[in-house]
Design a protein around this ligand. Structure first.
Ligand SMILES: Nc1ncnc2c1ncn2[C@@H]1O[C@H](COP(=O)(O)OP(=O)(O)O)[C@@H](O)[C@H]1O
Ligand SMILES: [Mg+2]
Length: 273
C-alpha cells in the first residue's frame, strides 16, 4: 500500500488537564478532541467549522505539535508528525499556521524583515536557494515575499506596533510562506480583522493558495467564508466530528441536525445583516 499524500488525521484524541479539584480525588481531564479522523488532500481546502470550544483549534495545535495527542495518529505524506524526528523535518517547514491575532503571533520587538529572516535562519535548508547561497540576497527575497502578500518594501523595517492589524496578518502570511509550506493552517485567520480588511486578506489567501498549490485547513466560524474558500467542510461539535462533506452537499443537503442548526443560524444572520 502506498502512503497517502497530504495530511491524514486518524482517530485523534487530545485531552487537557481539567481544573484541580481540592482534596484527594484524581485530577479530571477534558477531552477536547475525541477520536477525530480527517484528511486534507494535496491542493484541497478543508474548512473546519463548529461552535466555540468544539475542539477546532486543538486539532490545529496537535497538527503543528503545540499540544500532544493522547491517542491516534497524524501523518503528512505518510510520515508521522507525532514522531519528533519526522516532525522536525516535515512539519516545521511543510506546515505553516496563521493565527487569529496577528499581533500576538509576531514578535513585537522584531521588524517584518527580521521575522521572515528568523524563519530562514531556523530552517536554512528550506530557505530559497538564492538566500541560502548569498546572504546579501536576503533583503531582495524579503521584499519579494512582502510583494506577494501585497505589502510595500518599506514594511520590511517596521515592527508590529507600526502596522495595522491587516498589515500584521499579511506579514504573518509572508513569514508562513517563507519556507514554502505545502499545507497552510488558518485558525480564524481573518476573524479579528475589520470586515473590509477580512475580505482583502481572504482574497490574498485564496490567491496565494492557487499560486502555490497549497493545501489548506481553514478554521472558521463564518459559513459565508466557508462557501468562498472550501472544497470540503468538516463540522465539529463537542470534540467530535459530526459531518464531513463537500461544500455544495453541506450547504444543500446537510445530514446532521447540528449542521442544519448552524446553517439556519447563518441564514438568520444574513437576513438581519
Ligand atoms: N490549554 C487548555 N487547557 C485546558 N482546556 C483547554 C485548553 N485549550 C482548550 N481547552 C478546552 O478544550 C476545548 C476545545 O477548545 P478549542 O480547541 O480551543 O475549541 P475551538 O477552537 O473550537 O473554540 C474547550 O472545552 C476548551 O475549553
Ligand atoms: Mg479556536
Amino acid at each position: 500500500m502506498t502512503a497517502a499524500a497530504g495530511l491524514r488525521i486518524t482517530d485523534l484524541t487530545v485531552t487537557y488537564p481539567g481544573p484541580r479539584t481540592s482534596g484527594f480525588g484524581r485530577r479530571s481531564s477534558i477531552t477536547a478532541v475525541d477520536a477525530v479522523s480527517l484528511d486534507v488532500a494535496p491542493d484541497e481546502t478543508v474548512a473546519l467549522v463548529g461552535e466555540s470550544g468544539s475542539g477546532k483549534s486543538t486539532i490545529a495545535r496537535a497538527v503543528v505539535g503545540l499540544v500532544a495527542a493522547s491517542a491516534g495518529s497524524i501523518d503528512f505524506d505518510g510520515a508521522s508528525l507525532l514522531n519528533l524526528r519526522t516532525r522536525d523535518q516535515w512539519a516545521r517547514r511543510n506546515i505553516a499556521m496563521i493565527f487569529q491575532d496577528p499581533r500576538s503571533a509576531l514578535n513585537p520587538r522584531m521588524s517584518a524583515e527580521a521575522s521572515i529572516r528568523e524563519a530562514w535562519e531556523a530552517h536554512p535548508d528550506a530557505a530559497p536557494e538564492d538566500v541560502r547561497n548569498d546572504p546579501r540576497r536576503r533583503r531582495a527575497a524579503v521584499v519579494d515575499l512582502l510583494a506577494q502578500v501585497g505589502l510595500d518594501p518599506d514594511v520590511a523595517g517596521k515592527r508590529p506596533t507600526a502596522l495595522s492589524g491587516g498589515q500584521c496578518q499579511r506579514v504573518s502570511i509572508a513569514r508562513a510562506l517563507a519556507l514554502s509550506p505545502r499545507l497552510l493552517i488558518c485558525d480564524e485567520a481573518v476573524s479579528a480583522l475589520d470586515v473590509s480588511v477580512q475580505a482583502q486578506v481572504l482574497q490574498l489567501l485564496v490567491r496565494v493558495r492557487a499560486a502555490r498549490s497549497l493545501s489548506m485547513l481553514f478554521i472558521t466560524h463564518d459559513l459565508g467564508v466557508v462557501r468562498q474558500v472550501a472544497d470540503r467542510v468538516a463540522v465539529m461539535r463537542r470534540g467530535e466530528l459530526v459531518e464531513n462533506a463537500d461544500v455544495r452537499t453541506l450547504f444543500t443537503a446537510p445530514q446532521h441536525d447540528y449542521t442544519k442548526q448552524l446553517l439556519a443560524a447563518a441564514v438568520d444572520l444574513d437576513v438581519r445583516g
